[in-house]
Design a protein around this ligand. Structure first.
Ligand SMILES: Cc1cc2nc3c(=O)[nH]c(=O)nc-3n(C[C@H](O)[C@H](O)[C@H](O)COP(=O)(O)OP(=O)(O)OC[C@H]3O[C@@H](n4cnc5c(N)ncnc54)[C@H](O)[C@@H]3O)c2cc1C
Length: 472
C-alpha cells in the first residue's frame, strides 16, 4: 500500500494456503489489489459514500472473488469456512444500508459473472443465475414477450440475487407483487459450502417453505446462486391516469377504496404537498395540492375493468396522461447522496410500511419528528406501494448539520425508526436492514429476534456469512 492513496486499514491478510487455493481456482478472477479492495469497501449506504468522499475507509475486504458458477462459489465458501474467514455476497452494490460493507475483513464474492438465463415458456418460468443484472433480465424477457413485473428504481445497477437477498420490490408492485411473490425456487450455497436446491413448483405443501428462509436473508444465511421466477406476458394495454386532490388523506383514501374492490393498478404513487411541488411543478393545477399517478395495465379486458373502478372510486380532479408520462420519463433519475455531501448537505430516504388504520398518524408524526431534528432543511414523503391492508411511505429528508454529519444522519434515523414503531409500522418496507437499521431490528421483532439469531447460529455456526449484517 502506498502512502499517497486513500487512507484505509487493510483487511487482514489471508493465510497463504487460502490465497494459493483461490488463485489456482479463479486465476485473474481473484484479487487482493488495492483498487479492488477499495472498490468493494462500500455500497450506496450514505455513510459509506462519505468514506469515499473523505478518502478514508474504515473497513475493507482482504480479497475479492468473481466466481462463474455454483461450483466455484462452493469452493470459495468451503475454503473460507474451513479457515473461519468471513464471506460477503455482492450483487450490484446498490444496497443503501451498508449490507455489503466488509466490516470484519474477509472475502467479497461478486456474483455478476453468473448471469445465464433460461426461459420455459410453457411453464411461464424463468431460471436465472443470481448475478444477472436486473435490466438485462427484464430486457431479455421483454424480447420474448414477457415481463417479470419487477422494476425497482435501481434496476440498472442491481442483480437478481440482491433483489432476493433484500426482499426488494419494484415500481409496479401493486399488480405484480414484491420479489417474494415471484420466486418459485432457488439454489443457495450454505455457510459450510454445500449447495441446496429448492426446485420450482406452482405451489407446494411440503413443510415450511425453505425458499423463504433466503428471501430477505441479506447474505447472512448463505449465497443465493440461482432462482426460478414467475413471468407474465407483456401487457396488451396500458392506461395512464392522474388526479389532483386537496389533501394527502383524501388521495390515500381513494386508493384504499380502489384496492378494496379488488382492482390492482400496477403503479400507484401519491405525493404529499411538498413532493408534488418538487416533482410536478410544471402542472399548475397541482400546485399546493396532492398529485396521484396511476398506471393500469394487462389484458385489455382486465385493464378496462380496473380503469372503470379507478375512475369510479377516485375522488379528485382528473388531470390526464401528461403527469404519468412525466413520471415514466423521469422515474430512474435520482439525486444521489454523493451529489449533496460535498455541499455539506446530508440527504437520504427511508421507507416504512403501516396498516391503513394508522397510516396518516405515522406519516404526520414521522415528518414532524424528522423536521424536529436540528439541522433539517426538509422532510417529505410519497406513498409508493399499496395493499388492501396498508401502504408504504417513502420519506426523503435533507439537512445541513452544524456539527458532525454522521451524528445528524443517525439522529434522523433514530427519530424515524422510533416514530414508526410507536405508530405500529414496520421499520423497512423494501430496502432491508443492512448495517444502518440493525440496532432497531430487535425492537421490531421483539423475542422473535432470538429465533432469527438461533436460525443464524444453527446454519452458520462459525459466523462466516456477512458477519454483523442485520445485527447477526
Ligand atoms: C437509486 C436507488 C434506487 C433504489 N430503488 C429501489 C427500489 O425501487 N426497490 C427496492 O427494493 N430497492 C431499491 N434500492 C435498493 C437496492 O437497489 C436493492 O436493495 C437491491 O435489491 C440490491 O441489489 P444488489 O444486487 O445491488 O445487492 P447488493 O447491494 O450487492 O447487496 C445487498 C445485500 O444482499 C446481499 N446479497 C447480494 N447478492 C446476494 C446473493 N446472491 N446471495 C445472498 N446475498 C446476497 C448482500 O450481501 C447485501 O447484504 C435502490 C437503491 C438505489 C441506490
Amino acid at each position: 500500500m502506498t502512502s499517497t492513496g486513500p487512507a484505509f486499514k487493510p483487511g487482514y491478510a489471508l493465510p497463504s494456503e487460502v490465497l494459493e487455493k483461490l488463485r489456482n481456482l479463479l486465476g485473474e478472477r481473484f484479487s487482493t489489489g488495492d483498487a479492488d479492495l477499495l472498490s468493494y469497501s462500500h455500497d450506496y449506504w450514505p455513510i459509506s459514500l462519505q468514506w469515499v468522499l473523505k478518502g478514508s475507509f474504515p473497513w475493507v475486504p482482504s480479497a475479492v472473488a468473481w466466481p462463474e458458477n455454483t461450483f466455484e462459489v462452493q469452493e470459495i465458501v468451503k475454503t473460507a469456512y474451513g479457515n473461519s474467514i468471513p464471506v460477503y455476497a455482492f450483487g450490484g452494490g446498490s444496497g443503501v444500508l451498508g449490507g455489503t460493507v466488509p466490516e470484519k475483513g474477509g472475502i467479497v464474492v461478486d456474483l455478476k459473472r453468473m448471469r445465464s438465463i433460461r426461459l420455459n415458456e410453457e411453464d411461464m418460468v424463468v431460471e436465472a443465475e443470481a448475478g444477472v443484472n436486473g435490466y438485462y433480465l427484464e430486457k431479455y424477457l421483454n424480447s420474448k414477450g414477457y415481463t417479470l413485473g419487477h422494476i425497482p428504481q435501481s434496476i440498472y445497477v442491481s442483480t437478481l440475487g440482491g433483489w432476493i437477498a433484500t426482499k426488494a420490490t419494484g415500481q409496479f408492485s401493486t399488480k405484480y407483487g414484491g420479489i417474494e411473490d415471484m420466486v418459485l425456487g432457488l439454489e443457495a450455497v450454505l455457510p459450510w459450502g454445500s449447495a441446496v436446491t429448492l426446485p420450482p413448483h406452482p405451489r407446494t405443501s411440503t413443510g415450511p417453505d425453505l425458499r423463504r428462509l433466503f428471501i430477505g436473508s441479506e447474505g447472512v444465511l448463505g449465497i443465493v446462486t440461482r432462482a426460478w421466477l414467475k413471468t407474465c406476458i407483456l401487457p396488451e394495454e396500458r392506461v395512464l391516469l392522474s388526479y389532483v386532490s386537496e389533501t394527502f388523506e383524501e388521495a390515500l383514501e381513494s386508493v384504499r377504496r380502489i384496492l378494496k374492490r379488488g382492482a390492482k393498478p400496477a403503479v400507484v404513487r401519491v405525493y404529499d404537498e411538498a413532493e408534488t411541488k418538487r416533482h410536478f411543478y410544471m402542472f399548475e393545477e397541482a400546485y399546493g395540492r396532492i398529485m396521484t399517478v396511476i398506471v393500469v395495465e394487462g389484458d385489455s379486458g382486465i385493464a378496462g375493468a380496473e380503469r372503470r373502478i379507478v375512475e369510479e372510486e377516485f375522488r379528485g380532479r382528473m388531470l390526464g396522461e401528461e403527469p404519468v408520462k412525466h413520471w415514466l420519463e423521469t422515474r430512474f433519475m435520482v439525486k444521489e447522496a454523493s451529489e449533496f455531501a460535498p455541499l455539506g448537505v446530508v440527504f437520504d430516504t427511508i421507507e416504512v410500511s403501516v396498516g391503513w388504520s394508522r397510516a396518516m398518524s405515522l406519516y404526520r408524526s414521522l415528518v414532524e419528528a424528522v423536521r424536529a431534528v436540528k439541522g433539517t432543511l426538509f422532510a417529505s414523503a410519497h406513498a409508493s406501494h399499496f395493499y388492501p391492508q396498508g401502504v408504504c411511505f417513502y420519506f426523503t429528508f435533507a439537512g445541513v448539520p452544524r456539527g458532525n454529519p454522521e451524528k445528524y444522519y443517525n439522529d434522523v434515523w433514530e427519530a424515524a425508526m422510533k416514530t414508526t414503531l410507536e405508530n405500529g409500522g414496520s421499520i423497512s418496507h423494501h430496502h432491508g436492514v443492512g448495517r444502518q437499521r440493525r440496532s432497531w431490528l430487535k425492537n421490531e421483532l421483539g423475542p422473535a429476534f432470538n429465533l432469527l439469531k438461533k436460525v443464524k447460529t444453527a446454519l452458520d455456526d462459525k459466523g462466516v456469512m456477512n458477519p454483523g449484517n442485520m445485527g447477526l
